[in-house]
Design a binder for this molecule. Structure first.
Ligand SMILES: [Fe+2]
Length: 321
């Protein structure tokens, strides 16, 4: 058995969480009864004082915390940034995070950060490079590490395999955990024309420690992973499909912009909790997980996004955290 699966068994079950965002911070920090844990973007707290530090300390007092980074740039040909890793380790030690995560992508090249999550050429060379980096990261940080499947809008030239094969081989060779974003799976399935349930069948779901649930919108040419709209039913269906098959240690809602009334956000957190509880009950009763056809609804209506909103998507996660 791979080592990471043993590690996963020892991780706590955090329950249902929310991404900590500056605009929602005061309401979020007062909602311990409805939210079990928080995820924060480490780049917005590393080495900072003032209001950021106060928010961090308040969150640490009230909630279990994990981090979800942007600038690890694990898929870059650049070497790992040791200064970044050192600051990240300090933050993770401060909040005593049970695990931490970043994206299976690159965000920098030749030391220049592009503030976007860019897809890696899906090659055997990239798998070797990323797996070696993951081992060094885990050795430095000394906490369990997860990689998230990103949403992508083009296939990079040089791909030797499809996205599910690449994701599976990276996390298995690296022996790390998976942060499964079911909205990203759904958005990619629409943009790249594949069956999202089949995709889930092709990746090592048992490595999933954390799950992201989010909203998206229909852009001019692509469906865009905005984190700025309500979660649609097909995404909840993918969540149900996963949770009926494996145990995750934490499921959370990502909402980064176009914020509604906070109660609307809490109601989505409640919905995730209901799906999670129903899946746990099914497993406790020893019943078989439902098939994709039993779960999915055929209607696939997308909300629409304006050109102005599209332009704002790129930096929203960094700016709003
Ligand atoms: Fe995500």
């Amino acid at each position: 058995m791979p080592d990471f699966l043993d590690t996963k068994k020892r991780l706590p079950n955090l329950g249902i969480g929310l991404g900590l965002r500056r605009e929602l911070a005061s309401q979020t920090l007062e909602s311990r009864g409805r939210i079990d844990w928080l995820e924060l973007v480490p780049e917005n707290y590393m080495g900072l004082g003032g209001a950021c530090r106060e928010r961090l300390e308040s969150a640490r007092e009230k909630f279990p915390l994990v981090t979800h980074g942007i600038n690890l740039s694990i898929g870059s040909t650049d070497d790992l940034n040791s200064e970044y890793l050192s600051k990240l380790k300090k933050l993770l030690d401060f909040v005593d995070a049970p695990w931490f995560s970043d994206h299976l992508c690159f965000t920098s090249c030749d030391g220049i950060y592009m503030h976007d999550l860019l897809p890696v050429p899906r090659s055997r060379e990239a798998i070797d490079l990323i797996a070696e980096k993951v081992k060094r990261i885990q050795g430095t940080i000394e906490r369990p590490f997860l990689l998230e499947n990103i949403s992508y809008y083009m296939n990079v030239p040089g791909c030797e395999m499809n996205d599910s094969q690449f994701l599976a081989q990276v996390v298995e060779k690296a022996d790390c955990g998976l942060l499964l974003d079911v909205n990203n799976v759904y958005v990619n399935s629409l943009n790249h024309h594949f069956d999202p349930f089949q995709y889930l069948d092709q990746i090592p779901l048992e490595r999933t420690v954390q799950i992201h649930v989010a909203g998206h919108k229909q852009g001019c040419e692509h469906v865009i992973d905005t984190h700025g709209a309500p979660v649609v039913e097909p995404v909840f269906e993918l969540l149900q499909y996963v949770l009926e098959r494996i145990d995750a240690n934490g499921v959370m809602l990502e909402r980064d912009q176009n914020f509604p009334e906070f109660e609307e956000i809490l109601s989505e957190v409640d919905r995730i909790r209901e799906i999670s509880a129903a899946a746990s009950e099914l497993k406790a009763q020893g019943k078989a997980p439902k098939s994709a056809s039993a779960i999915k609804q055929l209607e696939r209506k997308q909300p629409t996004v304006s050109r102005k909103e599209l332009a704002e998507v790129k930096h929203a996660r960094v700016l709003s955290a």
